[in-house]
Every structure is written in C-alpha cells, then in structure tokens.
Design a protein around this ligand. Structure first.
Ligand code: NOJ
Length: 556
C-alpha cells in the first residue's frame, strides 16, 4: 500500500476565515424552486417561503441563477435589463424582501452576473445593430467576414453551428459564443467595462453579497480573431462533439481577461465582505490563474472537476491532489457536485454513490456548492421530446445534451405537483415525486436528506472539517482517504467509490478512533483501528483519538 506522509501547514482558526470560506453555498434555479403565484414557474416570493428549509438544512449562502428581464431564449442567461427583475419572478420589491429575509436569517445571497453577452433585445444591442456608425457599434464584436463574405473564422457556438451571425441590415457578422440571441459584448471597449461595473455596483449597493460570474473565461477573445486549431483525437468522444472538435484557444481564456477579472474584484472588494465567483471550465493549471496574481482575481474560480471526471477513485484522488498542489499561496479551494448545465450527480453515479459524493463534497477542503434537489437525491427527469425547451437540446437533437432533465421543479411534498405549484409546472416532475420529496425524507432518518443534514451538521460543528488542512492518506482503485485537521481535532475520511467491500489498512497504530458518520448508520459510534473494513458504497468519517497524529513531527 502506498501511504503519503502528511505535511501540515499552520492552520488558521476559523475566526480568521471569511463566510465564503467556511460556509456552504446552495444553488437555487429560480424557475424550479417554488412557485408562489401558480403560473407553473418558480419565483422570488416562492424562494422566501423556503428559506426556513434552507436554514434548517444548514446552508449559509444562496446563489440565484438569473432573475433579470430577459426574452428567455436561454432561460434568463440572455438579459435585456441588468437592473430589472423579470415579471415571471416578481418585481424589485420582491427581490428586496428576499434579500432582507436572507440576511435576517444570517445567510448570504449571490446573484448571477452575465457579463459576456446580452440578449439581442438589450437596448445596447438594438442600438449597436441599428447602423455601422452608431456609438454603441463597437460594444459588440462586428466583422465584415472574409473577402468572399464567408464567416470571419472557424469559431463555433457552444450551442451548435458557427458563432457568427450575418446581420442583413448593416451587412456585417456579429459574434455569439452561445445563441444568436446572445451577442457577445466587446470587453476591450472601456465603455462596456464601465457599464457592466455600474451594474455590479448597483447590486452591491443594494446589499447582495457577491456574484457568480457567467462564463468568465469567455470574456476576452483573440484580438486578431485567429482560427481555433483542431482538437487532437476527440473521436467524437466528448460531451459536445462538434464544439469540442476544436480547441477554443483563441475564442476563450485570453491573457487580457485577467485585467477584467481584477477590475471586477477591485469593485467587489470596495464593499464589505463580498465574494466574486467565476464560472470557468478549464484544466486545473489554467483554472488557478483566475485567482489572479497575488489573489487579485476571483475569490473562487469554480472547480468543476467532480462534475466532469469519470467516477473513479484513482482519477478523483489524483485530481484532488493535483488541485491542492496547484492552488496559489493563500488562495481558497472550492468544490461543486452539480449545476443547471450538467446531469445530476445521482444520475451520473447512482443513488448509493451519490451519498459518497456528498460526503466527498462536504469533507474536502474548500467551499462546497450544492445544487438544489441533490440533497434529496433528485435524478434527471426524462423529458419527452415534444416537451423539450432547452436550446442546447433543441439545437443539437442527436447529441442527447438537453439540460432540461436536471432543471425540473424541486420536489417538496407528496401533494399536487410535489408542492411546487398548483399549476402544471414549466417542466414535468418525475413519476416518483410523491415518494421522493423533502417532506417524506424529513421524517425518514435513513433518507438522503437526513444524510445530507447530518453531514452538513458535522461539518459546521468542526473547524477541522470546515477549514482544516487536507492531507491525502491512501487511494487505490476503490478507495479515497484523507485527513482533515485543525488544532487538536483530526478526522480521517474513507470513501469507497466502488460497490464492493474494501479494506483500509491504517498507516500506523495511531490511527484509531470513532466513526462519527457513515453511510451505514448502524456503524456510527463504533471504534475502529488497524484494518478497517468498508462495505460497498460506504463512506465513513472517523474522529481520530490519538493526538500523536494531530501534531506530526517536523524534521529539522
Ligand atoms: C453558462 C450558464 O451556466 C448556462 O446555463 C448558459 O446557457 C451559458 N452560460 C450561456 O450564458
């Protein structure tokens, strides 16, 4: 067995940590959380009625996917007024009430900032496309195309087809990384920078606690618009085979993006205790550059490895350590298990392993983000083809990548439409919603919800688990194990990512302790030492009772 020797940095106490470091973030997809006016779509007032639940669960911070004015071509990620609330979700009074109610409970509220693109109905774009000499023309990315009038380069839209749309009226192409209804802003233009920073200031002054910044790595594109090179050997074997046939090295992740992120950070830091999170899908070495030089970038560049890696103990253990090793000094890690763009964890790894995934998320070092509904083991809901609404699915019908299945209404109770709405919801519920829901699971000590709540509780009570150091202990084809330590408290976490039993041989006699939490509840409270046997799909959190381990000897 390979054992790694732990090197223990001085760990600051939790009092030295910010709320966004020790806290737990919960993503609310507003369309699907709670409908208060029975139009089949979730809204802000609905969210207010569920805050007590989130507090009961132990959540510190809500992140809301966009609730702004929008034609809804991409369900709110196409914004036509950054300062206005879409009537579907309510109005500004409802927003203020939500913010107050969140704060009253000692929780935080993050908004989704979508700075890379606007809706094609945004007044800025309407002006920009009105004529070539409109003052806002250069707020977007316009181009004549090649001599033969073909597209300027080979860049593709993430949602299928070329990323360039011909505008008949002014005889030029405009660039859109996503839908043609989502033209990309030209972030090299100082007025664009100013306008978007003003939007941020507006919300920060209102008191929101920060932003999750949509597609942060897309914001600046190559100034020469060079062709992206073909990707080697994808063999159609990726999530989005057409888009992934090219490496987006010129259309995304340009060096100048870091100046933009720094500006956003400076503004965020001008307010007390706010946070800037970046949505970034990049390999670890590139991802960590978004912390910025001397941590002047995003506080938390979202780490999506648990969303994208195969569910394999060796790969995940390697990825955790690679990430820990790549983090710049003083930067803070974070982990994500699910979001509104990816299949749900329970559908990717199954319900038994979803508990292991939860244990991993909530015991790793770094801020965890929980996707609504994952705490009750919601699975992707099969949406009949004629009910599909997600543009990604509709544009690429053969690829099976509609995001609707992971965006379905929250399952609150056994009643009509699972307590989400009295009217037919915008996306259907699963057939088992009367069985799989919050109400049922609250009363069942063995449910996924009870398990999540215990995990969150143990994490919140323990400085070691919420902010302590991380040291890998051992991993193989089945197991991942690591220590979390802070002062005199040490936890050993052992996760079996396989369905078969496995043995964990403690690296030294000092490793003995008591099981504080297990997916096999009957084992809670048992003492373990020596060779620990784990059932298939079992994860345990052991509190180590030998202080020898807490303060390992440093040589020299
Ligand atoms: C990322 C968002 O998470 C996704 O839902 C959206 O479609 C794209 N950005 C475009 O805004």
């Amino acid at each position: 067995m390979e054992h790694t020797t732990a090197i223990f940095p001085t760990v600051p106490t939790s009092a030295q940590h910010k709320w966004w470091q020790h806290g737990i973030i919960y993503q609310v997809y507003p369309r699907s959380f709670q409908d208060s006016n029975n139009d089949g779509v979730g809204d802000l007032k609905g969210i207010v009625t569920r805050l007590d639940y989130l507090q009961w669960l132990g959540i510190d911070c809500l992140w809301l996917s966009p609730v702004f004015a929008s034609p809804m071509a991409d369900f709110g990620y196409d914004i036509s007024d950054y300062r206005g609330i879409h009537p579907l979700f309510g109005n500004m009074d409802d927003f203020d009430e939500l913010l107050n109610e969140v704060h009253r409970r000692g929780m935080k509220l993050l908004l989704d900032l979508v700075p890379n693109h606007t809706s094609d109905q945004h007044p800025w774009f309407l002006e920009s496309r009105s004529s070539r000499d409109n003052p806002k023309r250069d707020w977007y990315i316009w181009h004549d195309g090649k001599e033969d009038r073909s597209v300027p380069n080979n860049w593709l839209s993430v949602f299928g087809g070329p990323a360039w749309e011909w505008d008949v009226h002014t005889g030029q192409y405009y660039y859109h990384a996503f839908l043609k209804e989502q033209p990309d802003l030209n972030w090299r233009h100082p007025e664009v920078q100013r306008a978007m920073l003003d939007v941020m200031r507006f919300w920060l002054e209102k008191g929101v606690d920060g932003f999750r910044v949509d597609v942060m790595w897309h914001m600046i594109k190559d100034s020469q618009l060079r062709d992206n090179p073909p990707a080697p050997n994808t063999a159609g074997n990726t999530a989005n085979p057409l888009y992934d046939d090219f490496l987006p090295v010129y259309s995304t992740d340009q060096p100048e993006v870091h100046q933009i992120v720094r500006m956003m950070r400076e503004l965020t830091d001008a307010f007390d205790d706010r946070v800037l999170i970046g949505e970034i899908y990049l390999p670890i070495p590139k991802l960590v550059t978004y912390y910025g030089e001397g941590n002047s970038g995003a506080h938390l560049p979202f780490n999506f490895q648990l969303l994208t890696l195969p569910w394999n103990a060796r790969e995940i253990a390697g990825a955790i350590d690679a990430y820990e090793g790549a983090l710049p000094a003083e930067s803070w890690p974070n982990w994500v298990l699910g979001n509104h763009d990816k299949p749900r964890i329970a559908s990717r790894v199954g319900l038994s392993q979803a508990r292991i995934a939860a244990m991993l998320l909530l015991t790793l070092r770094g801020t965890p983000t929980i996707y609504y509904g994952d705490e009750i083991g919601m699975t992707d809901v099969p949406i009949p083809v004629d009910e599909m609404v997600d543009p990604q699915g509709l544009h690429m019908p053969d690829l099976n990548i509609s995001r609707d299945p992971s965006r379905t209404p929250m399952q609150w109770g056994p009643g009509i439409n699972a307590g989400f709405s009295a009217r037919k919801p915008w996306l259907r519920l699963p057939y088992n919603a009367a069985r799989v829901n919050v109400e049922k699971q609250k009363g069942d000590l063995h449910s996924m919800l009870s398990f999540y709540r215990r995990l969150i509780d143990i994490r919140r009570r323990s400085a070691a688990l919420s902010v302590g150091s991380y040291s890998p202990v051992y991993s193989d084809g089945q197991l991942i194990s690591y220590l979390r330590q802070e002062h005199e408290e040490t936890f050993l976490i052992i996760l079996n990512l396989s369905h078969r039993p496995a043995y964990f041989r403690t690296p030294s006699a000092a490793y003995k302790g008591i099981i504080k939490l297990s997916t096999e509840e009957e084992r809670i409270g048992m003492h373990v030492a020596g060779v620990i046997t784990l059932a298939g799909d079992e994860g345990i959190i052991v509190q180590i009772d030998d202080q020898e381990l807490t303060y390992p000897h440093h040589e020299g």
